[in-house]
Design a protein around this ligand. Structure first.
Ligand code: 13P
Length: 287
């Protein structure tokens, strides 16, 4: 079923687990995400777009994601990731998205506030929730390139940003990067704790591919209730596709090749959901 409203996100935040949010580019990846969630019996978020629209088309990718969410036996949110475009946000809300991320992190603070407030107003009219971003999570969202951590989120600014915009969730930059990193990128957990202490909404961790499970658990215990994963899914998709080639090439069996790729992604999503959803100790659960 499509997961409307902030109920699941709020529950994760209060109970000390995190909602896995996985990026899709194709129907097979969308299906893999939903099947893994059903297999785990856990809610999940399918992140359909924004950059994937260039390949798949907005209406096509959106329709697949909404249909898959509606048919799923567990709650599935349909989310727009990293959009800077209010018209695109509105198109996704009309298509039935349950949440959107408005990414004004590249803008001066006041402009980020203004853009994010507009997105919040749009989303409210459609019963959807909004994730904003303050600080810059570096790295390419679609192609993994060696990168280093960027400007980190300032706790006091984050508190002001969330209060003035009315966002439901805040993406933070605490040493996390999209894709692979030039070297180890330990999370700045002290900064995360300081942000959590002054920001009253669930936090979102982008760039979770490659992060060790203990770091995910530590983040989860410090207010991170949504964790974004993309690169590891792309790697699994391509690895499974490549492995299937000797077998499928003679018969040009595209369906079997894509099926293998789907299974590869499903396995990774299933593992991530497990790492994110097992309950943390009661001592770190939020009131
Ligand atoms: P990774 O590609 O590092 O998993 O990051 C995904 C992400 O943050 C999408 O917004």
């Amino acid at each position: 079923m499509r997961d409307r409203g902030t109920g699941t996100l709020t529950r994760a935040y209060r109970e000390g687990w995190a909602l896995g949010a996985f990026s899709t580019y194709t129907q097979e990846i969308t299906q893999a995400i939903c099947r893994a969630a059903e297999d785990a019996g856990r809610p999940v978020v399918v992140q359909a777009g924004a950059s994937a629209f260039v390949h798949a088309g907005l209406e096509e990718l959106a329709a697949q994601a909404v249909l898959a969410a509606d048919r799923a036996t567990v709650p599935v949110g349909v989310h727009l990731d990293h959009s800077r475009d209010l018209a695109q946000i509105e198109a996704c809300l009309r298509a039935g998205y349950t949440s959107v991320m408005v990414d004004g992190s590249h803008l001066p603070f006041e402009d980020n506030v203004a853009l994010t407030r507009e997105a919040v107003a749009l989303a409210a009219a459609h019963g959807a929730w909004v994730e904003g971003e303050l600080g810059a999570v570096p790295g390419d969202e679609d192609v993994s390139q060696s990168t280093a951590a960027g400007e980190l989120t300032d706790p006091a600014r984050a508190a002001e940003f969330s209060a003035r915009t009315g966002i439901d969730a805040l993406a933070v930059a605490v040493g996390n990067v999209h894709g692979t990193a030039a070297g180890p990128t330990p999370l700045d957990l002290d900064r995360l704790a300081a942000i959590r202490a002054v920001v009253g909404v669930p936090l979102v961790l982008h760039g979770a591919s490659g992060l060790p499970v203990p770091e995910l658990h530590a983040a989860r215990a410090l207010g991170v209730a949504k964790v974004n994963v993309n690169t590891e899914l792309r790697v699994a998709f391509l690895a499974a596709l490549t492995e299937s080639l000797p077998e499928v090439t003679p018969g040009a069996d595209v369906a079997r090749a894509l099926g293998r790729a789907r299974e590869g992604v499903q396995g990774v999503v299933r593992t991530k959901i497990s790492a994110l959803s097992d309950a943390v100790g009661a001592e770190s659960a939020r009131p």
